[in-house]
Design a protein around this ligand. Structure first.
Ligand code: FAD
Length: 358
């Protein structure tokens, strides 16, 4: 089968790109698993937080929130829920975190307690607030990207792991399960497997490393206000937010891993419970479910987006780390623009994410 663009990976990166490309190019997306978004994209905390990440990520996040507002309008119901984010910690750490961040403002100790009465007053000295942060319905967003891509003519094939890639005069000939697909442009949206996929294609790797992160849903002794903000340690040692009638919690661990179907380690879940129990009086009583996903990062912590300088037609859309949900809409638009108009000069954001950035 021949196509204009072959996307490898059916997580949020690949699906959002298919949504952006399909109205303007022939697109085939292949996914190794039997279902879409089986790996990290279904294991997130579902947040879009403009204050989170370096400047280029903040820009893409703000743009993505606007895009998801438009998607909500098109769907006729909102898939965004305001979920303000409050960082707590020592005076020094909160001041340092707030200083250079245009989306955060200092929040007095009493104001923080007024907004979150379940916080233990002596567990923090200072707080800061991102009032623009949102929770997003990720399954609905993934389904939007998928359905719009298919409606525009994209072919999505699941259960099709790419295991052979050859360079041909026409571009790339890819063996994916029972399928053989040839395309001038191949997009690497393989998440934790982005570097292994490059190896299969004979392309130099980017040094992308998967890191484990665990989350769990827990029940509490006292009722949780469903409108309550998300609370995060400014030292990145925990976060929690309302989820159903309980909480979603994380110990925020970042442990290097091989690319695999990651599973939670019990000690990580209990560390989160211990840590969060020191800051809230809600009283965690039981764990409902826990899961672990892989956040894949480049050495400088920024995603890798753009054509490989040494392998014509090989496009990277990888290394989204902890930002893949909150940047997906804007990142897909950026990547589609680069794929459809490869001769156009790169924007400042595209230059910051380029595979050959120094
Ligand atoms: C606990 C946790 C909380 C998080 N919270 C947030 C959050 O609140 N907000 C946020 O923005 N981000 C968050 N993230 C990060 C976010 O989930 C990721 O950045 C994002 O899901 C990455 O998407 P992806 O499409 O690149 O990867 P994936 O979802 O892993 O998709 C890659 C796909 O490629 C497929 N694939 C790999 N190799 C091949 C091959 N050879 N052939 C065919 N298919 C292949 C895989 O099967 C997989 O389905 C969180 C992550 C974790 C773990």
């Amino acid at each position: 089968m021949n196509t204009d663009v072959l996307i490898v990976g059916g997580g949020i990166a690949g699906l959002s790109l298919a949504w952006q490309l399909a109205p303007r190019a022939a697109v085939v997306l292949v996914e190794a698993e039997g279902i879409l978004a089986y790996h990290t994209s279904s294991r997130s905390a579902r947040q879009m937080q403009p204050s989170y990440g370096p400047a280029v990520i903040q820009e893409l996040t703000a743009e993505s929130i606007e895009a998801v507002r438009s998607i909500s309008a098109e769907l006729g119901h909102s898939i965004l829920l305001p979920r303000p984010l409050i960082f707590i910690g020592s005076q020094a750490d909160v001041a340092a975190g707030t200083a250079a961040n245009g989306h955060l403002r200092p929040l007095g100790h009493a104001q923080a307690l007024a907004r979150c009465p379940d916080l233990r007053p002596d567990s923090f000295e200072a707080a800061s607030l991102d009032d623009s942060a949102m929770e997003v319905d990720v399954p609905a967003l993934l389904e939007y990207y998928r359905s719009r891509a298919v409606a525009a003519g994209a072919l999505i094939i699941t259960g099709a792991p790419v295991d052979t890639v050859q360079r041909t005069s026409a571009g790339w000939l890819v063996g994916a399960g029972d399928e053989a697909v040839e395309a001038p442009i191949m997009v690497n949206a393989a998440g934790a497997w982005a570097d292994p996929l490059a190896v299969i294609a004979g392309v130099e790797i980017q040094g992308l490393r998967p890191h484990r992160r665990t989350a769990a849903t827990v029940m509490t002794e006292h009722p949780v206000d469903p409108q309550a903000p998300m609370i995060a340690g400014v030292d990145d040692s925990f976060y929690y937010r309302p989820q159903g009638s309980g909480l979603l919690i994380s110990p925020c661990e970042s442990v290097p891993s091989v690319a695999e179907d990651a599973r939670p380690v019990e000690a990580d879940v209990y560390r989160a419970i211990e840590r969060i129990s020191t800051v809230t009086s809600l009283g965690i009583t039981s764990v409902e479910r826990s899961w672990t996903g892989l956040r894949t990062v480049a050495a400088d912590g920024l995603p890798v987006v753009g054509f490989d300088p040494e392998a014509p037609g090989f496009f990277w859309l990888a290394g989204q780390g902890g930002y893949g949900i909150q940047t997906s809409a804007a990142m897909a638009k950026l990547a589609a623009g680069m794929i459809l108009a490869p001769e156009s000069p790169l924007s400042a954001v595209a230059r910051a994410l380029a595979p050959d950035r120094s």
